[in-house]
Write a protein that binds this ligand. Structure first.
Ligand SMILES: [Ca+2]
Ligand SMILES: [Ca+2]
Length: 142
């Protein structure tokens, strides 16, 4: 028994199932989205008969999922890096006397959320927060 998907069925399936992952890839207008889906369809239609066999459909879905997972990993990496950068920037900005440590006064000026937990974050109780102490506090939140 051969299961064939018409282009229309595929469009519906893609729109219903994978629109979110396609939308993530950028195309904003419906026309661009349509073009993108058509490209996907043509790519998946390996024997070019204008229809997708169940195998072709599955292969396409599989590839789609793989791409999606890859993008998700990249985004996660980006987020982690950006968070680290932001924290670095914040730290440097707050560290007005450039001694590599955040005093209570410095925290109060630039890092209110850190200031609120200052004593808790200051694990070696020297009245200053190192980058490591602040990072440790952030990690503890997750
Ligand atoms: Ca300082
Ligand atoms: Ca300290």
């Amino acid at each position: 028994m051969s299961s064939l998907f018409s282009r229309h069925t595929l469009l519906s399936a893609l729109l219903g199932v994978s629109l979110s992952s396609i939308a993530v890839a950028a195309p904003a207008t419906p026309a661009e989205r349509e073009a993108k889906i058509t490209a996907h369809f043509q790519q998946a239609d390996s024997n070019k008969d204008g229809k997708l066999s169940l195998d072709e459909f599955k292969a396409m879905k599989h590839q789609h999922h793989a791409e999606h997972a890859e993008r998700r990993d990249e985004r996660r990496e980006d987020r982690r890096e950006r968070a680290a950068e932001r924290m670095q920037e914040k730290f440097d900005k707050a560290d007005t006397n450039r001694d590599g440590l955040i005093s209570k006064a410095e925290a109060q000026r630039e890092m209110p959320r850190v200031f609120a937990k200052f004593d808790q974050l200051d694990s070696n109780k020297d009245g200053q927060l190192s980058k490591v102490e602040i990072a440790a506090g952030h990690a503890g939140h997750r």
